[in-house]
Design a protein around this ligand. Structure first.
Ligand SMILES: *Cc1c(COP(=O)(O)O)cnc(C)c1O
Length: 368
C-alpha cells in the first residue's frame, strides 16, 4: 500500500519547505572549508554574550520542564511593549505562531489571503489545516498589493490574511499608512497576521508602532522573532501579540512546553541587550550598502530591501547558485517563490560580503 494515500489530499498537496543549505552539508559534499553561508538571514555577529551567559545558567535546570507559560519572557515583552500577559503567545520560532494562528482559527474550506512572493510558511500553514490559499499578484516592484489583497479578502469565505513587513524573500516594505488603510477596510471578523520578523532592521525613518494598533484592531496578530536580529535562530523562539481572546485561542492549540527553557532564558537576556541589537542593525546597514553597491557594479538588478537580505536578478540562477556553492558561498535560490531568475543573499560580515561579491564576479566572468 502507498502510505502517502493515508494522508488527506490537502496534506499530500503540500510542497515541502526548502531550507538554506547547511555549511556542514556543503563541506561534506565538496570537501572544502571556509564556507560562507548567506542563505538564511541569520545574524552574522552570532549570538549575544548576554544570551550565552543566560543559557549557561539555564542549562543547569534542563532536567526540569520549562515554564509552560513563559512568565519571565512574557514579562519582559509586556514591559517592553506595554501589553498584558494575556496578549502574548510564545512560539517555537515565529513559524510556530503562524501555524498556531492557522490551527486555532481555520478549518477545511476556509480561505486565506497572502501575496505572491510572500514568505513560504503562509501557504504551508494554510494547507496543513485544509484551508485554501489565495495568492494575490504582487505589485510591479514585487511588493504586496494591499488594495488587491483587500478585494481578495472580501471575495468570500476568507478568514485570515498574512502580511509580511518587510517581506521575505523580496525585502519589500509597506508604510504604516498603507497598512492602516488596509486594516480599516477589512471586516473585523477577518484576522490579519502581520509578520514582522525583520522589524528590528527597519531604518529609523521607517519604524512604526504596530503594537499600538492592537487597541483599534482586535483582529490583528503581530508576530515577531528572536531568530533574525536577535541572533537566536537555532534556539527557536518567537512571540505573537494580539487581543486577549485571540491569544487565548492560539494558546489552546499550542504544545504546553513549546518553548524550551534555554530559549526562554536567552530571549530575555538578548531582549535587554540593546547594544547587541544596535551593533547588528549598524552592521546590516553597512553590509547592505556594500552588497547593493557591488551588485550595481556587476550590472545586476536588485529589489531595494528593508531586511537583512537582498534579492537580485541573474540569468541562469540555478547554475549560478551551484557555481557559487563550488566557490564556497551559499546563497538562496527562490524559484519556489515564483522568482526563477533571482537569488537571495543575506547580509553578512564585511569579509563574507566581499567573498560573496568576488565569487559572484568570478562566476559571471566564467559565463561570458
Ligand atoms: C525567518 C522568518 C520567519 C520566522 O522565523 P522563525 O525562525 O520561525 O522565527 C517568519 N517570517 C518571515 C517573513 C521570515 O523571514
Amino acid at each position: 500500500m502507498n502510505y502517502t494515500e493515508l494522508a488527506p489530499a490537502y496534506i499530500r498537496a503540500i510542497a515541502p519547505y526548502q531550507p538554506g543549505k547547511p555549511i556542514a552539508e556543503l563541506e561534506r559534499e565538496l570537501g572544502i572549508s571556509g564556507i560562507v553561508k548567506l542563505a538564511s538571514n541569520e545574524n552574522p555577529l552570532g549570538v549575544s554574550p548576554a544570551a550565552v551567559a543566560a543559557m549557561q545558567e539555564a542549562i543547569k535546570t534542563i532536567a526540569l520542564y520549562p515554564d509552560g507559560n513563559g512568565f519571565e519572557l512574557k514579562d519582559a515583552l509586556v514591559k517592553r511593549y506595554g501589553v498584558t500577559h494575556a496578549n502574548v503567545t510564545l512560539g517555537n520560532g515565529s513559524n510556530d505562531l503562524l501555524e498556531l494562528a492557522a490551527r486555532a482559527f481555520l478549518q477545511l474550506g476556509d480561505k486565506v489571503v497572502y501575496s505572491d512572493h510572500a514568505f513560504a510558511v503562509y501557504a504551508l500553514a494554510t494547507q496543513a489545516v485544509g484551508a485554501t490559499g489565495i495568492s494575490v499578484k504582487a505589485t510591479a516592484d514585487y511588493g504586496h498589493d494591499l488594495p488587491a489583497m483587500l478585494d481578495a479578502a472580501k471575495s468570500g469565505k476568507v478568514k485570515m490574511v498574512f502580511i509580511a513587513n518587510p517581506n521575505n524573500p523580496t525585502g519589500t516594505f509597506l508604510s504604516p499608512d498603507e497598512l492602516l488603510t488596509f486594516l480599516r477596510g477589512l471586516p473585523p471578523e477577518m484576522l490579519v497576521v502581520l509578520d514582522e520578523a525583520y522589524n528590528e532592521y527597519l531604518p529609523e525613518d521607517k519604524r512604526y508602532d504596530s503594537v499600538s494598533w492592537l487597541k483599534e484592531f482586535p483582529n490583528l496578530i503581530i508576530s515577531r522573532t528572536f531568530s533574525k536580529a536577535y541572533g537566536l535562530a537555532g534556539l527557536r523562539v518567537g512571540y505573537a501579540l494580539a487581543h486577549t481572546e485571540v491569544t487565548d485561542m492560539m494558546n489552546r492549540v499550542r504544545q504546553p512546553f513549546n518553548v524550551n527553557s534555554v530559549a526562554q532564558a536567552a530571549a530575555v537576556a538578548v531582549l535587554h541587550d540593546a547594544d547587541f541589537v544596535k551593533k547588528t542593525f549598524e552592521l546590516n546597514q553597512r553590509g547592505m550598502l556594500q552588497i547593493t553597491d557591488g551588485l550595481t557594479k556587476l550590472g545586476l538588478k536588485y529589489i531595494p530591501s528593508f531586511g537583512n537580505f537582498v534579492a537580485f536578478r541573474i540569468g541562469n540562477a540555478t547554475a549560478m547558485y551551484r557555481r557559487l556553492l563550488e566557490l564556497g558561498v551559499i546563497v538562496r535560490p527562490i524559484a519556489n517563490y515564483e522568482m526563477p531568475d533571482w537569488l537571495r543573499v543575506s547580509i553578512g560580515l564585511e569579509t563574507e560580503n566581499a567573498k560573496f561579491l568576488s565569487a559572484l564576479k568570478q562566476a559571471i566572468g566564467e559565463r561570458k
